[in-house]
Design a protein around this ligand. Sequence first.
Ligand SMILES: [Cu+2]
Length: 488
Amino acid sequence: MSKGPIFRLLAFLAIGLMIVILPFAIGGTPSPLAANPGAAALMQQSPTQAGQPQASPAPAVTFTLRTGMSGMKLSFTGVGGQIDGQVNPDLHVQTGQSVRIILVNGDGMLHDLSIPDFNVTTAQIQQVNSQAEITFTASKAGAFPYFCTLPGHRQAGMEGKLIVGQASPAAAQAVVQPAAADISRDPADLPGPLPNRPPQHVRVDLVSEEVTGQLANGVTYTYWTFNGKIPGPFIRVRVGDQVEVHLTNPTSSTMTHSVDFHAVTGPGGGATVTQTPPGGETSFTFTALNPGLFIYHCATPSVAEHIANGMFGMILVEPEGGLPKVDQEYYVMQSELYTTGAFGQTGHQDLSMDKLMAETPTYYVFNGETDALTTRHPLHAKVGETVRLFFGDAGPNMISSFHIIGEIMDRVYDQASLTSAPLTNVQTTLVPAGGAAVVELKLQVPGRYLLVDHAISRMDLGLMGYLLVDGPPAPEIFLGTPTAGSGH
Ligand SMILES: [Cu+2]
């Protein structure tokens, strides 16, 4: 039963495979050597060239991008070579290289592709499978956006990066920023229902952590968090519990922090006794008198700044006897960020106090970042299951018109009041800043459902989540064939 020989054989096969595949996995489809992409790619990226002045210009490189929809987003999708199938792929070329980009229309909408930094824009094309192209010399190193110039298309997702000057691994490092930390909390990260028990003493430990994470693709931000993730930990107690809260602020912090629980009956919700300087610890105890789903947040001036930077979470105070049983529970919080740079501007972004005071957000996000509930941690369920969403709106300022595209909410505990009868059969539910709702739905048709705020411009400013439902088709409820370019 020794696994040694098998592992050695697998390792040998894997290394052999990498030697065969690696040359093909570098770069786009080089031309004029397209007939032998492997050899061309090797020439393009050969180690003897890496980091050295080149004796002769690198061969021309060709990329093909197809327009289409991915989810509810418009996008360019790579065709062929390393970028095949990638949405808005990074296009890597060498400095001085001749670059050809072929744009193929995949959706029948009017599109083009422009790289203003190199003064090139394709013709506009609309017919499905029609093509347009640009050729230019990548004369300067750096990362440059390519995008569609049709009104709204860039905002709707048609944007990627041309990265010039990646001859050596060191240069690549300098140009392509490593993906920043994921600060978003997985919406499945919450404790399960409490056992049926009498009230008891519960200790809650919060740490105010200032961490740099990825706000969006190519965009980083220094978040202020509770326990390193956004939202902070989901706290679950029952009515009557005595909750002992400890807030620790590490010495590495730059700010004083605090916490205000909306579940607290008492001054400041705890904020008056938890103003905690770097290196300090504070605590207080409260009795959870009222059941419900409540926000907690930092309440150190400027409160708006501390909330915008990510200092919020929720506490569920279960009513006596708990909540009805469901198959899946998820923890989702909406908030908005106010950055100095415009939406999508790459690099590290700082908070804009002017935008914050004017209440003109740059980004709207679920669980702290634009990709939190799409590519990073989508919600999952199976046909036939019931799902409960603990949904909170941290603000700091905006009201959420919470909606799930393609679903009807079977029950909504409006304003997160768990002692009132829930609303039934709701399309969109209003959640105030600093408020919450508990939403329940049963899934009957498989597919991808989108969590949005139906103040729908916000979808183009980062606010979207996926609920992925697996299971057999239900043609008696929904019957249809996807249209061309609709993705899935
Ligand atoms: Cu704070």
